[in-house]
Design a protein around this ligand. Structure first.
Ligand SMILES: [Zn+2]
Ligand SMILES: [Zn+2]
Length: 439
């Protein structure tokens, strides 16, 4: 499985009617990636670079890369964070990277690592108007190709505008040797796309939301392959690890093509965001993003099974943003209440503006549109089990009443239409939540 290079370095006039621009020049997943990186730096005339890593990722690939590049005559300075755990993308870490970039003469920055290192470099290099090259060391999340940086300033998680990497080079043997929890996390984040893609098809079929088959396909293909080969992933089969990584990279490309996270973040991510919020409120411990998304996927596929059992599509109930809801939002979301209320107002306006599309759709047509993902649900469930993402209630520290609240309220966090909104519109959300929790 390879990254579809035809979508890189656009603009591309797509059959969906949009022009897609993915400003990444090159993506390669190869053994001995240092050779490809040196070649790229030379061709780009990047003769002096800063290599940013943490101790783990320096051990995993940073040292190899440094020695090779120095041997080839490149000027390479190091910025290695000494912590092995818990590095945060915060003010202090940014100051460290930006401080080193102050000394002039760097032509590019190499981010050798996974989530936090890439967020830090994406943000810091953007601030200094320097290009950056991502050198992922684990297939652990779908953000490598992103142009947004997940930062933490004044203790708060924020998403900040930054830049996409100019190029991404991953060493396959390094990805294959990454810690198992990182493979699990990446698997969880990728497998969740079976739900987000379904939510997208739901919104397209019922409300005419813009849809791009190309973006859908570049995510769905590696997803199906990895689900079919989950057993081999536990044995670190290099081709399956490569496909997992390609699936995660393609997810980033699909989001860049659409201009937002629609293809890759639906109800399963909304559950995970809700759990992050509970952790932020001190009501539970944080768990890794990918594991949360994988766990949420277990539950969300049950909602899709319930949808597949419905025979008749009713005219959806109108979404009303009542005073009672606003009061509840103020109480529960505190400082975030205005954003939640606005999201629901936007959703209500969008639903009513597009209600006419819905009236002409039959349940049979909806089931047919969802068939490609519905047909995968059992395999996805088995694959989660195989990878060790358990459906045990304690897996990410959530009791049944919290899950019930999650399934009733996660849809409040975003304006995006998902299967939760579908169930709400059909008047069956509460009863479905209770059935799903009792099974
Ligand atoms: Zn994710
Ligand atoms: Zn398109």
């Amino acid at each position: 499985m390879e990254v579809p290079s035809c979508f890189l370095n656009g603009p591309i006039q797509c059959s969906c009617g949009k022009v897609h621009v993915v400003p990444i020049k090159k993506i390669a997943v190869v053994n001995n990636a240092q050779y490809a990186i040196a070649e790229y730096l030379e061709r780009s005339h990047y003769l002096k670079v800063l290599l940013v890593a943490d101790t783990n990722t320096y051990d995993a690939f940073g040292r190899t890369l440094l020695r090779y590049l120095q041997g080839k005559g490149f000027g390479v300075d190091l910025c290695v964070f000494p912590r092995r755990n818990g590095l945060l993308p915060d003010e202090g870490s940014v100051a460290t990277v930006v401080g080193q970039l102050e000394s002039d003469g760097y032509q590019s920055v190499l981010a050798v690592g996974s989530g936090v290192i890439n967020d830090l470099v994406r943000y810091s290099s953007f601030r200094k108007s320097l290009s950056y090259i991502s050198v992922p060391t684990a297939p652990s999340m779908d953000g490598y190709a992103s142009n947004m940086a997940a930062m933490q300033f004044e203790g708060l998680k924020i998403t900040s505008a930054a830049q996409t990497p100019e190029a991404i080079f991953a060493d396959l043997s390094v990805l294959t040797a990454s810690p198992y929890e990182m493979l699990q996390s990446g698997f969880g984040d990728l497998v969740g796309k079976v739900i987000s893609l379904s939510d997208w098809v739901l919104a397209r079929t019922l409300y005419g939301e813009h849809f791009c088959q190309q973006s859908y396909d570049i995510v769905a293909r590696p997803l199906a392959y990895v689900v079919e080969n989950a057993e081999k992933l536990t044995q670190r089969d290099p081709e399956v690890v490569r496909s997992l990584f390609v699936g995660l990279i393609n997810s980033g490309i699909a989001m860049a093509m659409i201009g937002n996270s629609r293809p890759c973040s639906g109800s399963e991510h909304h559950c995970s965001h809700y759990w992050d919020l509970l952790a932020y409120q001190g009501k539970r411990n944080h768990a890794s993003h990918g594991l949360q998304v994988g766990y949420a996927t277990y539950w969300m596929l049950r909602f899709y099974r319930k949808l597949a059992e419905l025979d008749v599509l009713r005219k959806p109930l109108e979404l009303q943003v009542t005073d009672e809801f606003k009061h509840y939002a103020q109480e529960f979301y505190g400082a975030g209440a205005d954003e939640v209320i606005q999201a629901q107002c936007d959703k209500a306006a969008w639903l009513s503006a597009n209600a006419a599309v819905c009236e002409s759709v039959q349940m049979g047509a909806l089931h047919a549109a969802l068939q490609p993902t519905l047909s995968m649900l059992t395999r996805v469930e088995q694959a989660l089990e195989t990878i060790g993402i358990s459906k045990d209630l304690n897996f990410v520290g959530l009791a049944k009443p919290v899950l019930r609240d999650t399934f009733l309220h996660a849809k409040e966090l975003r304006a995006r239409y998902t299967v939760f909104d579908f169930m709400q519109g059909q008047g069956v959300l509460e009863v479905t939540v209770d059935q799903v929790l009792e099974e």
